[in-house]
Design a protein around this ligand. Structure first.
Ligand SMILES: [Zn+2]
Length: 624
């Protein structure tokens, strides 16, 4: 008897131990790359050594690499998608006339052999032993020479030859503003393996998911080029170009045609660089923060905007540090390049010729991604709403903070976008893979607008202060990890005490919409009965503002039963009454106010406007 009991105790505690060990893990990579760029052909040759640590509980017999450059070839999956999607990205097509009709033609389709992108791999070895590596579109599929056990480490080496494509999307050469090299997604990049398995997604058009690790990169290039990107320059006093330490004489190298730039980027999941002969380079220190680098073309038309934007960038960085968490690197670079704006580790590539407001707006967005993608690295292919939506949220607050967004229009772009998508009838659940949306427009609104509304509407549900606390805690607990939708939901639950599972499901996994309405107001001599109805599928708690003819106001709060929560009352200037909760299963709700006939002027559901009710007309009752 005793023995059995003892065994039971041992089993029990071992069980607990197992449960603890099966919590979060992530893979780890240490890259070493040496690459030489030929600026005449835009081809480059490199060597890569990658020490891969398998922190997963699985034995791995295969690994995968991304070969993103291969997307920029006629007939690639990206090209075919471009030819078949209803609303192709305007940057990736040219408009031509066919029999008098305007047609959009894929720019990839017409690339010549010396204009395409490619990445070719040779000499793949695992711990010195050859392994078979097969190219499948933009993915390299490697059958390992020997399996990698859980907790095991292995070293992959390979040689690569690449060609930077004519700029089509994000990366490439000679973009429309004349920036010569935008080198994003340019190297053989290990695919992420996480608790969901491998993410060997083809490069069809949408964004990324990378493995956390360290990069040591040496780039040899014509000495007339100025570089910027991820990582800290190790030999800055040899390179100069504004990177050297103040007051230090440059170490002038022997007569050479090239310079080798040595960068180290720690704790990142990607490495990007850009190069141009005409870059100007300004350096601005954020007080108690990172050093900001600005690289932009020596083009008289843009210099004033780029100078003026620098102080605003400092303010934005300080603001994001305050509302999310301290930017953890010592450097951030804003680089003219690419084809719009795209976030990378410790830097962004953006177009630089637009208006001043446009330039600052793009910086506010892309630098915001440093938090929501390059520190909190959610999977952009699967949960585009997490990085785009949350970045849009802090971007709006940031633009308001630096005086470039009016208070009354703070989130209006997000709400208007969302309503237009709902009204179009084309909405798909946010859980749709980013590449699988029927139209680019629906993907964009779903991730940027509806993703932003996840947080603005959360303010309605748990309060603005609680959302602010949620973001800070989310940052602290998930920085340098891969947070998932459930992680932001659980964080908000831990902070507020509310149950939000229903919110995550309805908002992000379905296209259920919110429509509550005032069904009737029945005035009697001494009291008034208000009847509300839930018309849409999606549940919500109700905040109701009652305005009286004598000028006074009061609030009524109807908790949503499944939330098990009463929101704190934040505006002490107005009286609030908490009513009995409203169970979702009942589409109707009514309560009685001690308001005699003709004393009520107006009743409004959700006076904050933060609830994304798709039919506002029935949210207001006015006594005429
Ligand atoms: Zn974005």
């Amino acid at each position: 008897m005793k023995k059995i009991l003892l065994l039971a105790i041992v089993t029990l505690s071992f069980g607990n131990l197992c449960a603890q060990q099966s919590t979060y893990w992530q893979q780890h990579v240490d890259y070493k790359m040496e690459v030489a760029m030929d600026v005449k052909t835009y081809q480059y040759n490199g060597k890569q050594e990658l020490v891969y640590t398998n922190n997963s509980p699985d034995t791995l017999r295969k690994v995968f690499y991304h070969l993103y450059n291969n997307a920029f070839q006629p007939g690639s999956e990206m090209d075919l998608r471009l030819q078949n999607i209803k609303d192709p990205d305007g940057r990736m097509v040219t408009k031509i006339k066919v029999e008098g009709k305007e047609v959009k033609e894929s720019r990839i389709k017409n690339l010549k052999p010396n204009e395409i992108g490619f990445l070719k791999i040779r000499n793949f070895k695992q711990d010195g032993v050859s392994a078979s590596a097969k190219e499948v579109g933009t993915i390299l599929e490697v059958t390992l020479a020997k399996p990698i056990l859980p907790g095991g480490k292995t070293t992959f080496t390979l040689d690569f030859q690449g060609q930077s494509p004519l700029q089509i999307r994000r990366s490439g050469r000679n973009n429309k503003e004349g920036v010569e090299l935008s080198m994003s997604q340019w190297y053989p990049k290990m695919v992420e393996f996480d608790f969901e398995g491998w993410h060997a997604d083809a490069y069809i058009g949408r964004e990324f998911h990378g493995v956390w690790g360290n990069f040591d990169v040496k780039i040899t290039i014509d000495k007339n080029y100025l570089l910027g990107g991820s990582g800290y320059l190790q030999n800055k006093n040899e390179i100069g170009y504004g990177y050297q330490d103040a007051g230090v004489a440059l170490i002038v190298p022997k007569k050479t045609k090239t310079l080798t730039w040595h960068f180290i980027a720690p704790k990142v999941h990607d490495f990007t660089w850009a190069a141009d002969k005409e870059y100007l380079h300004d350096v601005v220190q954020v007080p108690n923060g990172a050093m900001l680098h600005f690289l932009y073309k020596n083009n008289p038309k843009i210099i004033e905007n780029w100078k003026k934007a620098q102080a605003k960038t400092v303010q934005l960085m300080q603001f994001y540090n305050k509302i999310v968490g301290q930017y953890p690197y010592e450097q951030y670079s804003v680089i003219q390049g690419g084809d719009g704006g795209m976030e990378y580790a410790m830097c962004t590539l953006i177009l630089g010729e637009g208006t001043y407001e446009g330039l600052v707006g793009v910086i506010a967005h892309e630098m915001g991604h440093s938090w929501f993608q390059h520190i909190l690295a959610s999977n952009e292919g699967k949960h585009g709403w997490m990085d785009e939506g949350f970045t849009s949220y802090i971007e709006d607050l940031g633009m308001q903070n630096i005086g470039l967004r009016k208070d009354e229009a703070l989130y209006s772009g997000g709400y208007n976008g969302y309503y237009s998508m709902v009204n179009s009838g084309k909405e798909l659940p946010q859980g749709t893979h980013a590449d699988r949306f029927d139209e680019n427009r629906v993907y964009s609104i779903s991730s940027y607008c509806k993703g932003e509304l996840f947080l603005t509407q959360l303010e309605y549900l748990i309060g603005k202060d609680q959302v602010a606390a949620t973001l800070k805690r989310f940052y602290e607990e998930f920085k340098f990890k891969h947070p998932t939708p459930n992680d932001i939901k659980r964080t908000a639950e831990r902070v507020s005490g509310a149950e939000l599972d229903w919110y995550l499901i309805d908002w992000t996994q379905t296209t259920n919409t919110i429509d509550y309405g005032i069904k009737g107001v029945e005035e009697q001599a001494e009291q008034t009965t208000v009847a509300l109805e839930r018309i849409g599928r999606m549940p919500m708690p109700m905040e109701v503002l009652v305005e009286y003819t004598n000028g006074t106001q009061e609030l009524y709060y109807i908790p949503l039963r499944m939330m098990h929560f009463v929101k704190a009352h934040s505006n002490s200037a107005i009286k609030r009454t908490v009513l009995t909760d409203w169970p979702w299963g009942n589409p109707n709700y009514e309560w009685t106010l001690k308001a005699p006939k003709n004393t009520i002027k107006k009743i409004t559901l959700d006076p904050s406007g933060l609830m994304a009710d798709i039919k506002k007309e029935n949210n207001v009752f006015e006594n005429k």
